[in-house]
Design a protein around this ligand. Structure first.
Ligand code: PEP
Ligand code: MN
Length: 351
């Protein structure tokens, strides 16, 4: 059940509801409603009225299993995650771009400058890489994190990078502005719990065999551990056709708008596995309502040490960003013309 506190209720009133639920042996979590009020999610049923607690505005007995991630929890205030000066979910789509893996200080710096000039808002790059083969390059580890931090200092772009195990969360959080939990670790529950204990924004990629509900339950682990700064990233699911490395599931984007208040971004690089498809699927992701894009970019994709086949050049990125802006304008114009079929779409693009 979800208990909504009145707008002016003091923190002690929320604490009293939490304490009553816990005294009854129920899991309970408080969260902002995005409008200055508090909501308490209680896993189970508590006769709140009989307890005569103060400061309660209303009770919603039924909710989704992902009670904190659910849109019901914040119907009027989608979550905006701030990463430095970048606002994800704030209306303007954000672009995170960079190499699959950090290869060295100079190449990373060159790439960071190039993606910034192309119009990217954040730099991506893996220092700890989950590779299918144990014989493949596994990333530079802490040295890679240092290169990312240096590139951030040089360009001002906040950095996002993957963390693969709970023990490394503090190390990676020391250098990165946002932690990425990769597809292969979406259901690594100890990692999710540990990431939930930080306040760092978490980019949670969809497991490539995970249902939307399983994905939202993984987000719930992070939220339930106390970190409200979660962004979902659709990165493709495993299909049957070897023509594609993965199949970008754009159905998930508008569905997630209905199901959750969390921002959603799209990764057309892993979602296609094929360089020639990235631009169109990036724009399709924005048209589907994504709050942003994550794209693999390298100055010379042919020699990239990882995922070169799906990696684009900075010039390609620049073209995507220009097209994205044109799309945004077109959708806004359509909304102004009251075209009902598009009115819902530009909500994400209207800042
Ligand atoms: C990545 O972003 O480089 C990556 C490994 O992504 P995923 O976890 O989606 O495969
Ligand atoms: Mn990659």
């Amino acid at each position: 059940m979800i208990v909504a506190m009145t707008a002016g209720a003091p923190a002690s009133a929320t604490e009293a509801v939490l304490a009553a639920a816990r005294a009854a042996g129920l899991e309970a979590r408080a969260m902002s409603d995005g409008h200055g009020g508090a909501l308490v999610g209680i896993h189970g049923t508590l006769d709140v009225e009989a307890l005569r607690l103060s400061g309660i505005a209303g009770i919603q007995p039924k909710h989704k299993p992902y009670m904190l991630a659910s849109r019901e929890h914040r119907p009027h205030a989608p979550t905006v995650v701030k990463v430095g000066d970048v606002r994800i979910g704030g209306g303007r789509p954000v672009v995170m771009a960079g190499p699959c893996v950090v290869e060295g200080r100079e190449t990373l710096l060159e790439t960071a400058i190039a993606v910034k000039v192309a119009g990217a808002d954040m730099l991506r790059g893996g220092a700890f890489k989950p590779r299918t083969s144990p014989y493949s390059f596994q990333g530079l580890g802490e040295a890679g994190l240092q290169h990312l931090a240096a590139a951030r200092d040089a360009t001002g772009l906040p950095v996002v990078t993957e963390v693969m195990e709970p023990e490394s969360v503090d190390l990676v959080a020391n250098y990165a502005d946002m932690l990425q939990i990769g597809s292969r670790n979406m259901a690594n529950f100890p990692l999710l719990r540990r990431a939930g204990q930080t306040r760092k924004p978490i980019l949670l990629k969809r497991g490539f065999s995970a249902t939307v509900e399983e994905w939202l339950m993984s987000a719930e682990y992070i939220l339930a551990a106390g970190n409200p700064n979660v962004i979902l990233c659709e990165r493709g699911i495993r299909g049957f056709d070897p023509a594609f490395r993965f199949t970008l599931d754009l159905n998930a984007v508008p569905l997630l708008r209905e199901l959750t208040h969390l921002p959603v971004i799209v990764d057309p690089s892993h979602g296609t596995g094929k360089r020639s498809l990235v631009s169109r699927m990036a724009i399709a992701g924005l048209a589907a309502g994504a709050d942003g894009l994550m794209i693999e970019v390298h100055p010379d994709p042919e020699v990239a040490m990882c995922d070169g086949l799906q990696t684009i050049t900075p010039a390609d990125l620049s073209a995507i960003i220009r097209s994205g802006r044109a799309l945004q304008t077109a959708l806004l114009d359509a909304a102004l013309d009251q075209d009902k079929s598009l009115v819902e779409l530009p909500v994400a693009l209207s800042a």
